[in-house]
Design a protein around this ligand. Structure first.
Ligand code: NI
Length: 220
């Protein structure tokens, strides 16, 4: 029998919950993600919440993150931010009542998405206190931009050298299916790969903290 998600989170700083969202429910998130990405890529929508970089050769803007996702006027996603299966999972792994504190979509555009460098989302909180949940909307694998982690690195001191931690490893790639939810401690050292394929790799990321714990704003 597989070790429960909460136990794996406590041991390693991360855990994958398979097929947490499926069927028509997953399809509503995928359709909403299509709409939001199309606004930027095809309709010229610009806002401070749509983060992009300029592609090296074409100079075309490449979308990589939609910040404040719950405020983009889309009910399936704002509902997910308000309450639902991700809140339940976060409450189980953190062992307390939780609130959602931030929401974004990670977009790995086909062929042009860059890798995200090694980083920690936060270090100002104790291990096993605040977590990020990533709901995958597409298959995520080593070729199209999957996450990579250094297991148990969430236990290292706040001022630990991220580059040295990554060099020492071990580095674990985290493939996932659409509908899977990846939970990780915000302190964990992680990165994500570039997308060299013709397929999108998108995920909705929501941060959870215990009720009553005030957090400074995060770069995510
Ligand atoms: Ni991150």
């Amino acid at each position: 029998m597989q070790t429960p998600v909460a136990e794996r989170f406590q041991q390693n700083g991360f855990a994958l919950a398979a097929a947490l969202v499926d069927g028509p429910r997953l399809a509503t998130f995928q359709a909403e993600a299509d709409r939001l990405v199309r606004r930027f890529a095809k309709e010229g929508h610009q806002s401070d919440d749509y983060w992009s970089f300029d592609q090296a050769v074409t100079r075309e803007p490449v979308l990589y993150r939609i910040h404040n996702l719950e405020k983009q006027g889309s009910s399936p996603i704002s509902d997910l931010f308000a309450d639902g299966p991700l809140h339940t999972l976060a409450s189980v792994v953190l062992g307390t009542r939780v609130r959602s504190t931030a929401c974004a979509m990670i977009v790995k555009m086909p062929r042009v998405a860059a890798r995200v460098p090694w980083h920690r989302d936060r270090t100002s909180v104790a291990p096993h206190t605040v977590c990020n949940l990533s709901l995958f909307l597409d298959e995520s694998n080593a070729d199209n931009g999957c996450l990579e982690v250094v297991p148990r690195s969430h236990l290292l001191p706040d001022d630990a050298d991220v580059a040295a931690i990554h060099d020492r490893g071990p580095v674990l790639a985290i493939p996932a299916h659409a509908g899977d939810v990846f939970v990780h401690d915000v302190r964990m050292v992680h990165a994500s790969r570039a997308n060299g394929t013709a397929a999108f790799r998108r995920s909705i990321v929501i941060e959870f903290a215990p009720l009553g714990l005030e957090l400074p704003s995060s770069e995510g």
